[in-house]
Write a protein that binds this ligand. Structure first.
Ligand SMILES: NC(=O)c1ccc[n+]([C@@H]2O[C@H](COP(=O)([O-])OP(=O)(O)OC[C@H]3O[C@@H](n4cnc5c(N)ncnc54)[C@H](OP(=O)(O)O)[C@@H]3O)[C@@H](O)[C@H]2O)c1
Length: 324
């Protein structure tokens, strides 16, 4: 099969590699589309190695057709149209993945749309609803609101009854977030988000913050959280070191939760995927929640696709189509 290989100078090549074979608990997928995640850019630079046992090929999600099934699997048959959350291996023609990480493409939608869903909806669902235990009516801040994860999280907040405030890098991105369901926003290049987010909370404090930025936002995040507030840290785009006043944690009974999806055991990922199937897939089928596609490239143009994501200009997902 063909896959994207990273050379010694971090350049990308679509070239022949050995194809995987499915284990007893795995499904083999013939990939028709895969999508880019921020983590891929870090993996390419050598900062985010795949977890032990995972494919060394980049790619955390895909959509395609089931090509073979392992002997212990029961959910899928050859020919089913599916999408999957991957620990790696998505930038390829074929991937093997545990069946618990595979879902049907909702509503018979396209492979391009299917490839946009698994990583960002699993991340947003896991961290808002399982880790932070978000309740209807609670107020949320979503940093990097126009990112893949952010656009999924905005729609989940709106659909499940939680008003949300976003930060993003341009006025156009904030407008797009509001169009998707955010209530207000702040441009990260125009000073701290603190004042606007404080107005949004109307003095009651924020209940949940989903933060991929880390160090540079920590102090303002903790100041904005109300009693029993939860900060879920999912990335470190703004640095991994910060100084904080621990008294704030004590007095407001705050919880700071660190969370990664990729390194979790397959059993934990299966729980997240099952909840998506039950609670979110019907909303995608009805059109209430949508996959947000910024641009589609053929996978042979992976360098261009990565450059676009790295530009910080995208809203939602950059997808790569795979034709073989
Ligand atoms: N822990 C996990 O399990 C997990 C899983 C998935 C993703 N993530 C993290 O979630 C984040 C979003 O991922 P994604 O793939 O959805 O990203 P994406 O679509 O590539 O969007 C990332 C956006 O972040 C903003 N950004 C870039 N540098 C920033 C900085 N220094 N400070 C603040 N904002 C910055 C940019 O938007 P603006 O210019 O508009 O701000 C950029 O477009 C990433 O940090 C990723 O690593 C974590």
């Amino acid at each position: 099969m063909k896959a994207v290989v990273i050379d010694d100078e971090q350049k990308l090549h679509w070239q022949d590699v050995d194809a995987p074979t499915p284990g007893a608990d795995e499904v083999l997928i013939k990939i028709h589309a895969t999508a880019i995640n921020r983590a891929d850019l870090m993996q390419r630079k050598g900062f985010y190695p795949p977890p032990p046992g995972a494919s060394t090929i980049m790619g955390l999600e895909c959509a395609g057709e089931v090509a073979a099934v392992g002997e212990n699997t029961s959910k899928f048959k050859v020919g089913d149209r599916v999408c999957a959350l991957l620990a790696g291996g998505g930038y390829a023609e074929i991937v093997a993945v545990h069946e618990g990480s595979v879902l049907p493409i909702p509503g018979g939608d396209t492979f391009i749309h299917g490839a946009c869903l698994p990583e960002v909806f699993a991340t947003a669902w896991l961290n808002l609803f399982i880790e932070a235990k978000l309740q209807p009516g609670e107020k949320v801040i979503l940093h990097a609101g126009a990112s893949g994860v952010g656009t999924a999280a905005i729609q989940l907040c709106k659909s499940f009854g939680s008003p949300c405030f976003v930060t993003a890098g341009t006025a156009a991105k904030i407008a797009a977030c509001i169009e998707l369901g955010a209530n207000a926003g702040s441009n990260r290049h125009e000073g701290s988000f603190f004042e606007k987010a404080d107005d949004f909370s109307a003095g009651a404090g924020i209940d949940v913050i989903l933060d991929p930025v880390g160090g540079s936002y920590l102090e303002d995040n903790l100041k904005l959280l109300g009693l029993n507030g939860r900060l879920v840290l999912i990335g470190l785009m703004g640095g991994n070191v910060a100084q904080i006043n621990l008294a704030m944690l004590l007095m407001k009974r705050l919880r700071v939760i660190g969370s990664t999806l990729r390194t979790r055991p397959v059993e934990e990922k299966a729980v997240v995927m099952a909840q998506l199937l039950e609670k979110v897939w019907p909303k995608i089928e009805s059109g209430e929640i949508k996959p947000i596609v910024d641009t589609v490239f053929p996978i042979e143009e992976v360098e261009k696709a990565h450059a676009l994501v790295e530009s910080d200009e995208t809203i939602g997902k950059v997808v790569m189509s795979v034709q073989s």
